[in-house]
Design a protein around this ligand. Structure first.
Ligand SMILES: NC(=O)c1ccc[n+]([C@@H]2O[C@H](COP(=O)([O-])OP(=O)(O)OC[C@H]3O[C@@H](n4cnc5c(N)ncnc54)[C@H](OP(=O)(O)O)[C@@H]3O)[C@@H](O)[C@H]2O)c1
Length: 258
């Protein structure tokens, strides 16, 4: 072998990860993927305490350690408090996955400053504040931010969310420079993976299939598609500032309305 390029996923074994928004949906899938790779996981949640405890039980069954921590990122200072609490649990943290997010509906026609501030606080500031506190404490580590493939066009019906994800994409590249060489910072930009909350029951019947028709690969993704990309980036020792689109090709098409 000529030098060492990529670590295998196996080399994640024994590390400790904090995954935000890990009680449900994509965050949960990332936590499960990490646990399968032998990573100890700290499950962050905001309001889904019971679900977070259920994920903890699942992770423990993989033979890794799992802990649960609560924080509300709409409150300034909570991100820093969460990192401190995470370090207190294990005395170490190697990996950070910023998956927690809000996705409220609003347009440029009705968006308020308060909408913008809340989305910026939860979706962009909290991941950055977590990353900065994390990078200040570790000798080496990896961060992955969950973005959105719509950052290549416009999400007209979630304007404040859209702006905050643009901010987070910029912060991903900016932080990659700022926190190098000790910490790698990358992004994963999912496309159509899970229906928005509220569209996942009978109310959203057929939503995913109809939306998938407009995608180049004509199918929607699964949470595992996202977690595989996250694990790949966390396993690499030579990738930083990169964004992987996990979106069935949506980012190469333009003009699909939100
Ligand atoms: N779903 C998709 O197809 C899709 C598409 C594009 C991008 N993404 C991105 O991928 C990531 C995961 O997506 P998802 O659909 O799984 O996310 P989600 O279900 O909308 O939200 C994930 C978690 O964020 C947490 N959260 C919400 N408000 C919070 C707050 N104020 N403080 C702390 N945590 C808070 C919630 O935790 P609690 O439940 O504990 O309150 C929630 O379970 C997100 O960043 C999202 O933007 C997803």
């Amino acid at each position: 072998m000529i030098g060492k390029t990529l670590m295998s996923v196996g080399e994640l074994k024994g590390r400790v990860a904090l995954v935000t928004g890990a009680a449900k949906r994509i965050g949960r899938s990332i936590a499960l993927g990490l646990a399968c790779a032998g990573v100890d996981v700290i499950i962050h949640y905001n309001s889904s305490g019971a679900e977070a405890e259920a994920v903890k039980s699942e992770l423990l069954s993989f033979g890794v350690n799992a802990e649960v921590l609560q924080a509300d990122f709409s409150v300034d200072g909570e991100a820093e408090r969460l990192i401190e609490a995470a370090f207190k649990l294990d005395n170490r943290l190697d990996l950070l996955v910023n998956s927690a997010s809000i996705f409220p509906a609003n347009t440029l026609g009705d968006i308020t400053l308060s909408d913008l501030n809340t989305n910026m606080l939860v979706n962009a500031w909290a991941p950055f504040a977590l990353s900065r506190s994390f990078a200040a404490r570790v000798e080496s580590g990896g961060i992955v931010n969950l973005l959105d493939s719509r950052i290549t066009d416009f999400d007209y019906s979630h304007a404040a969310y859209h702006l905050s994800k643009h901010q987070l994409a910029l912060l991903t590249r900016f932080s990659a420079m700022e926190f190098a060489p000790s910490v790698a910072v990358n992004g994963v930009a999912p496309g159509l993976v899970l229906p928005p909350v509220g569209y996942d029951g009978s109310a959203g019947s057929g939503y995913m299939e109809r939306a998938a028709e407009g995608l180049p690969l004509k199918k929607h993704g699964a949470p595992e598609d996202v977690s595989e990309a996250v694990l790949f980036l966390l396993s690499s020792s030579f990738i930083t500032g990169q964004i992987i689109y996990v979106d069935g090709g949506r980012h190469v098409r333009e003009g699909i309305n939100g």
